[in-house]
Structure formats: structure tokens, C-alpha cells
Write a protein that binds this ligand. Sequence first.
Ligand code: PEP
Length: 242
Amino acid sequence: MSIPIIVGNWKMHKTIAEAVAFVKALEQRLIPEDRACLAVPFTALRACATHALRSRIGAQNMSDAAQGPFTGEISAPMLLEAGAQFVLLGHSERRHLFAEDEGLIRRKLERAIHQGIQPILCVGELLEQRRAGQTEAVVVRQLESALGELTDPGSLMIAYEPVWAIGTGETASCAQAVEMHQLIRRYLSRWNRPVPILYGGSVRPDNAAALLNESEVNGLLVGGASLELDSFLSIVEQGRRG
Ligand code: PEP
């Protein structure tokens, strides 16, 4: 079984100094097989990328435009120049707190692929949508609107993140995660190319092993538990047992 991809999402946490101290300490404890990635704040990209040898550094968002009069936005070429290798797109906090709609997420995804930065597209349903039996329809709609016209997925990754599990302490059961990963994999089979599917939503050291044990789960997207070195490393280490 291949080593799972463990992506930390720091959100709006860590100064440059804090971020660099974390990456330096992380690097000392990674082994060559590990596939640890960190989505860091824009300000820390360059410094983290400079110290990252075995880990990969990426961003949490980017503009759909290459350049232009868009105050406060960051473009893909800027991220690449700063050392980002990947970018999270469509994270539920972007969709729900910053009102990013499906058209914008599609344009960002196309831009990322065009500019050569690896996109990690996040999809997932709200609690009320799950309760209403709409989970599959919501996730397929998110996939279709972002990927429907894509002819080549390139290095695309998908993160299935049920919104009700993000930052709440409530994790999807392994069965729920597997069911959704299978659905997503069926959708992705149109390309006949492997696209890794990560699970995200309150992953912690004490529930990571069970999720990683599922062959449908190719990796994890970890928010809160990626902020402390020991808990992030513990999750990375549990991936080695696969
Ligand atoms: C996330 O931010 O993508 C996430 C899954 O957060 P948490 O692990 O804190 O639920």
C-alpha cells in the first residue's frame, strides 16, 4: 500500500518565525518515504519553502486571475515564485465564510492547472444537507461544477471534507468516509488516471489510524491537529504503517 499523503492546513495561524521553527523541527523527524505537506499562510510561504526538504509547502487559496487590479488577492505565479507547490481550493471556510461560489472555484481550479500549481479541491456537504439525504447530490454537483469540463486532471487531488466535521471534533465514521470516497472515485474514473482522495474533518492522532486503514483513503487533510508538531507527526507516522 502506498504511503498516504498528510496535508496540514494551518489556516490563519503562525507567524513566519513560528512557521519556520515548526518546519525545521518537522524536517528532522521525517523519513524519505513520508508524504507530509503543509498549507501555510501566504506570509510564511517563502521561509517555509526554504527550509522544507522532505515536506512540501503550499497555499490555502489563490485568485482566479493571473494578475490585475484585485486588491488583497494573490496569483498563482506569485505563489509559485514564493515556493508553493500546491494550493487548497474550495475549502469550506472559503465557500461559506467568504462566499466563494462554484463558478469562482471552477475558475480558480482552471487557473491553478494552467499555471502549473497542484490543486487540492475540497468538497463536502453541510449537516443539514446530510440530514436531508442530499450528501451525494451536493458532492457530485461540487465535483461537476469544478471539474466537468476538465479534459486532463493533471496532478489534481480531492479532499472530501464534510463541513459538519471541520473543526467540530466530530469525525465522519470510516464507513461514511469510504462511501463518499467511492462515490468521488466513480466520478473521477472518467479520466482513467489515479487522482488521490484525502479525508478531512477533525482528524486527530487518535482517529487517524482507522481512517488510514481504509484503502479508499489516500491521505488526510488535517486542520487543528496540524498546529502542534507532535500531533501532526503522530499522524504522519501512523501513515508509515500502511
Ligand atoms: C480543515 O481545515 O480542512 C480541517 C479538516 O480542519 P480540522 O481538522 O480542524 O477539522
